[in-house]
Design a protein around this ligand. Structure first.
Ligand SMILES: [Zn+2]
Length: 207
């Protein structure tokens, strides 16, 4: 019962703030998180209105980046080249999977392309190149709560904090909110492998 009230309150807040939050001056991740919360509630409570709300939000967020490869920017209001966060990429994949599973839409082809392209490029699979990239800025000795020991190597498997379009990119590195969100999306992807593979397999090399 308490859980239901909590979700209803959260959904109501989402709906009240939709006009303000789902606009190009907001962080894209704000929109994806709002849609995700509403969708979680809609499925748990079998609430058709909330499901329709989540499904209306998704096409808006989808058009803020590249729906072809699955790149979604951190800030949708900047018209020039900018970076994403793996958080947005992962959230959009999770939304597409859950909306498709709930029968609100059919986004399996999006999931297929986004996983093979942007999402796959966002994961750090090799570390040897990282230390070869020039890094402007001042150096300092590691503080008591920092380390410089095999940092890149120890982060293999993590997800990029500021990826470019279909590229890991190394300008600032990793913020591990992205690793958390992306590994959660990985769980959803693996759990829906058959549905994803049963769809489009022709865009594997989109880059
Ligand atoms: Zn992040």
């Amino acid at each position: 019962m308490r859980l239901t009230v909590f979700f209803e309150l959260r959904l109501r807040l989402s709906l009240q703030n939709t006009a303000e939050l789902l606009n190009p001056d907001s962080l894209t991740q704000t929109g994806t998180k709002m849609g995700g919360w509403s969708l979680e509630y809609a499925v748990a409570a079998d609430d058709k209105e909330a499901l329709a709300f989540a499904n209306r939000s998704f096409p808006w967020a989808r058009e803020q980046g590249s729906p072809l490869v699955g790149f979604f920017p951190s800030n949708a209001s900047k018209p020039y080249y900018q970076e994403s966060e793996s958080c947005e990429v992962a959230d959009m994949i999770a939304l597409a999977i859950k909306l498709s599973r709930a029968g609100a839409g059919d986004y399996w082809d999006d999931v297929d392309r986004w996983v093979r392209n942007q999402f796959a490029e966002n994961q750090l699979l090799r570390a040897e190149w990282v230390d070869e990239v020039p890094k402007p800025g001042s150096r300092h000795k590691p503080l008591f709560n920092e380390t410089a020991e095999r940092v890149a190597e120890r982060n293999v498997g993590a997800f990029a904090g500021w990826p470019g379009v279909n590229d890991w990119v190394l300008r600032k590195g990793i913020m591990h909110c992205c690793t958390g969100n992306a590994t959660r999306a990985l769980y959803y992807i693996l759990g829906n492998h058959a549905a994803i593979r049963g769809r489009n397999t022709e865009c594997e090399s989109v880059a």
